[in-house]
Design a protein around this ligand. Structure first.
Ligand code: ADP
Ligand code: MG
Length: 468
């Protein structure tokens, strides 16, 4: 089927599907030649692509040839956004601007202190028009005809725009091409691993990250909670032959893209999910006999490292093969814990398991897993508890167990179980209709506190794994 950006449903889909996945590569801009969410003083650009890369980047009359691309929601009328684009291009002395809402694509060129429309087409025609677009904005064409028609005499005002820390700004927003994989693990059950895994994945996705969630727990709670279990009866089970086991079963087929699914009502933007299945238990012995199965997730993830920014793995509450596979594949580890005595007493086991996994990682040439920390989860909101007990519980983690403690806290909120347990009634039948807390908060405002706690967690995680 031909690519049709008119089917983009929201602004972030216009950004990801039309601009990132289609236009930028088609126009010859490799990932290091463009930047997303560029802050220049008070201006925030959706995308800035460079035909000629100059570092440090200084915005003045000699700015390298560059293109600003602005994505809008499909319901937005582009006319309303022309003044802003004019301001960006003239203020920053950028030669070209592309403006699109998916339904329509326009290209403007800066001419002195104004901009002129030089190209326009429907989104659905983008493939047939791509040669025209390439002739105007392609990296090669811009390099061949430097400053084509562009004002050679810069406007006095823009000639000396000095933007503080511009080179830092550009540097900071350089696209991270390294996919980061995070395992959510504790050998105790019921501490909130699954809740953290699915909602952290949703919060990261809402921040524009391309997220893959892998469920490798035979209880398949993440698979349920993300809405992939749509069947009511065994014979309708479509996950039995297409789940995470199949990724581990063979090195030659069943790659990530063959198994990944999405459920559009769970979160917006959607995330890709590798489901799990109860039959993982019976297959464990078989996999245990094949030494290579331990590293298959690593090699298969490597093949999709340009497709995702972040991979989250939800793990079983045990020290079994599946937990091992997860910790071998992950770069980082988050250990959710309710900080109660039983969970604490499991921490030395987590640490010895990590040591064991690190030995294997060394054999396959991977550095030791990076422990982001223990994440306080299901924490009571009782004021007395928070004042007296909670601080002591937190101190214990570093003092007695010598593990880092995360700053974020996931409190005990009924909205979290409620969002996961939404159902849809069709006639006599009830179907699971789960939502992420992020999506649920849009429907039920009292859930916003909890959603915000996951936003804060997502920000801490991004900071600690070095992703902007
Ligand atoms: N922060 C929280 N607030 C309220 N309920 C929670 C919270 N975290 C988890 N739960 C509930 O506790 C139970 C166990 O959580 P789950 O995430 O499945 O833990 P695990 O994956 O570690 O076994 C589930 O019923 C879940 O809805
Ligand atoms: Mg779980």
């Amino acid at each position: 089927m031909a690519f049709n950006p008119e089917l983009c449903r929201n602004e972030s889909e216009v950004e990801s599907k039309l601009i990132v996945q289609y236009l930028l590569p088609q126009l010859g801009y490799t990932p290091e030649a463009w930047h997303q969410e560029v802050a220049v003083g008070s201006i925030r650009l959706d995308f800035l692509a460079f035909a000629a890369q100059v570092i440090p980047f200084v915005i003045d009359a000699n700015s390298p040839l560059s293109v600003v691309m602005e994505a809008k929601h499909p319901k937005q009328n582009l006319n309303n956004h022309v003044p802003r684009l004019r301001f960006y291009l003239t203020k920053l002395n950028v030669a070209y601007g592309l403006l699109t809402n998916g339904k329509e694509i326009r290209i403007y060129q800066k001419v002195d202190t104004d901009i002129q429309l030089i190209f326009q087409c429907f989104g659905k025609d983008v493939e047939t028009k791509i040669r025209d677009i390439r002739a105007l904005l392609g990296r090669n064409s811009l390099n061949e005809i430097p400053l084509k028609n562009n004002s050679v005499t810069p406007v006095a005002e823009t000639a000396n725009v000095t933007v503080p820390n511009i080179s830092n700004n550009i540097f900071d927003t350089t696209r991270q091409n390294t996919m980061k994989t995070i395992a959510i693990y504790h050998n105790k059950g019921g501490v909130g691993k699954t809740t953290v895994a699915i909602n952290l994945a949703a919060a990261l996705s809402q921040k524009g990250k391309r997220v893959l969630l892998i469920d490798i727990d035979s209880q398949a709670n993440s698979t349920f909670a993300t809405g992939l279990v749509k069947f009511q009866f065994d014979e309708e089970d479509d996950l039995r032959d297409k789940n995470v086991y199949h990724i581990l079963e063979s090195g030659d087929f069943n790659f990530i893209q063959d198994i990944a699914q999405k459920y559009q009502y769970f979160n917006n933007p959607e995330i890709d999910i590798i489901p799990s299945h109860i039959t993982l238990i019976e297959y464990q012995d078989k996999l245990n006999k094949i030494a290579a199965s331990r590293a298959r997730l690593v090699t298969k993830l490597k093949r999709v490292e340009n497709n995702y920014d972040i991979v989250i793995i939800d793990t079983p509450p045990s020290r079994d093969l599946y937990a091992e596979v997860a910790l071998i594949a992950a770069d980082y580890l988050i250990i959710p814990s309710d900080l109660k005595p039983f969970a604490n007493q499991g921490l030395p086991t987590v640490k010895s398991f990590v040591r064991q996994v690190n030995e294997y990682r060394e054999v396959i040439g991977k550095s030791p897993i990076n422990i982001i920390g223990v994440l306080p989860s299901k924490i009571s909101t009782n004021a007395k508890f928070l004042q007296h007990t909670f601080p002591r519980q937190r101190d214990v983690i570093s003092e007695r167990y010598d593990l880092p403690l995360m700053e974020s806290v996931i409190y005990d909120r009924t909205a979290l179980s409620e969002s996961m347990n939404q159902v849809l009634t069709v006639g006599e039948l009830e179907y699971p209709d789960p939502k992420s807390i992020i999506k649920f908060a849009e429907l039920k405002s009292s859930s916003q506190v909890s959603a915000e706690e996951f936003n804060v967690l997502a920000m801490e995680v991004l900071k600690k794994i070095g992703v902007n």
